[in-house]
Write a protein of this length. Structure first.
Length: 204
């Protein structure tokens, strides 16, 4: 993105030789499911991945991330290199897991999101793919809300920034990585949709 001379109200920061400035109207930040974003936390930011994009009945687009990436509203969410993409406006406490606080980020108008998933569904038997910031990893499946591994050698170890990464199967979003190999399931994703009101759906 190129920094322009005349700022608008969008708080999209560009880094220049003379310091930060504001991007002009029409500037676009493109995000994909699996990209890293930073959530403000006490002491230092929490780095997580974007799990997917949702659209409410008014047309507003939201990003969802991993459980515990944010536990309260109001925080400004930025890309890894400091561009503001939105604000945590809702945190959904999933009833199926008492300690699962799932953040919803209301995206700024300058942000455009894309994702491979075209629906939300419960996983069936068979392989699933976790799209992490470090690349795609195919797992044997999901069992008891955890990714299972049957490949040669030890299972891949998920690292900081992987929380929130989408897990897909046959074009459907079947979960989000919560921590290590645990998965926030599709039932919890339906609760997240419900928090956005009637008519909310995966943004495609």
């Amino acid at each position: 993105m190129t920094c322009k001379a005349n700022p608008t109200a969008y708080d999209v920061m560009c880094r220049t030789a003379t310091g930060p400035t504001i991007a002009t109207e029409g500037a676009t930040i493109k995000l994909r499911a699996g990209d890293v974003v930073r959530f403000p936390r006490s002491g230092e930011d929490r780095v997580c991945a974007i799990g997917g994009f949702l659209r409410d009945s008014s047309g507003q687009v939201w990003a969802v991330s991993g459980a515990e990436c944010a536990v309260s509203t109001g925080g400004v969410v930025r890309t890894a290199d400091g561009y503001k993409v939105g604000t945590v406006e809702k945190v959904v406490r999933a009833s199926t897991t008492a300690d699962a606080f799932i953040p919803l980020v209301k995206l700024d108008p300058a942000v455009k999101g894309s994702q491979e998933a075209r629906s939300i569904a419960a996983p069936s038997s068979g392989a699933v793919t976790a799209l992490t910031p470090h690349g795609s990893v195919q797992w044997a499946g999901i069992s008891a809300n955890a990714l299972t591994w049957r490949g040669p050698g030890a299972a891949p170890k998920l690292v900081a920034g992987d929380a929130g990464s989408p897990v897909t199967q046959n074009g459907a979003l079947v979960g989000l990585i919560a921590q290590q190999s645990n998965v926030t399931d599709s039932g919890q994703m339906q609760q997240v949709l419900a928090a956005l009101g009637s008519g909310a759906q995966l943004a495609t």
